[in-house]
Ligand binder design. Sequence first.
Ligand SMILES: Cc1ncc(COP(=O)(O)O)c(C=O)c1O
Length: 388
Amino acid sequence: MLEKGIDKKSIFDKLNDYQKLDLKYESGKILGSMCTKPDPIAMQAYKMFIETNLGDPGLFKGTAIMEEEVISSLGELLHLNNASGHIVTGGTEANIMAMCVAKYLFELRSNNVPEVILPKSAHFSFKKIISMLSLKPVYVPLTDEYKMDVSKIEGLITENTMAIVAIAGTTELGMIDDIEEISRIASSRNIYLHVDAALGGFMIPFMNNENSNKLNFDFKCEGVTSMTIDPHKMGLAPVPAGGIIFRHREHLELLAVKTPYLTKDNQTTIVGTRTGAATAATWTLLNYYGKEGYREIVKKTLDLTKYTYKKLKNMEHINIICKPELNLISFTANNIPVDNLQEELLEYGWHVSVAEYPHAIRLVLMPHVKKEHIDAFLTDLNKLIKKE
Ligand SMILES: Cc1ncc(COP(=O)(O)O)c(C=O)c1O
């Protein structure tokens, strides 16, 4: 730290230099991120509430009301009346909260090591959770469609099963587990079921194609106990905006810790001080777009995914891993190893990511990605493949 501060102009010159090093979503070059350019109206709301702290909600009563309204709207979107939950920093924190609740419930009946049944496709946040909460992971293999193999679940349940986790929109491929069937198993065995819909939560309710009309993935399934749904992914909110929704208020209250020096008696979040700006941004987006607006956003994203899928499918040497269910497409090229292809694409300025299972190039078609970006990307990809 400097002994004596420097002038504002020098500071902002330096900030501009740093900012120039950052990638911009609007460049269209970011093809592997689950976050996107926040909507301008959300940024306006965010700035308006930037000084708020929902860790001390008695001081920021209006912002606290907005959080309740956001949780209630997200609950309603996911077929739940009287939802409880919070706007948190992201999917990781939301998943941690759900697993904490499941562990506290488990501890009411057992001193054994709690086991969590989860698909191999679960986000790496669960690796952190398993370590932090000293859980025993019980991994369920995936089907040929890269979904949790439901037929294996019953055989993995023991008296120490603390929870089942299912995913609505896997991180690597965007696949949606058969939540209806998993919920049936969880209900019949009275097991806590958490659905990680960090990505899918802001997509599946707005998809009106034949597939999703049939898709029951939320609290409509009686066995679903809690859900993660992230506004800072397909909700278009600025980071940090994750969402955790609990079916039962008593479950959220298991997280309560007394907060003697603050304006409310207790806190049910993991973090203490937390921004209300993300809540204000999410409240704004939900009210500004409504279901109709989000349907349009999701449709555009899925239309571009279909377009990209068809083009890739017809490209020589390209093998697509599976038909997309959401806005992710993964593929390999039979003449260039995945990691080399990623590096070569980077030389053209394309920031794609790589899926681990199966090892493949992974594209995420978030709303900042437009058709012209995809056309330019496919032209470069084609050049690289032909060159080999
Ligand atoms: C399915 C899923 N769950 C959880 C997360 C973690 O979210 P975050 O990075 O916001 O903590 C992600 C992130 O990509 C995800 O895809």
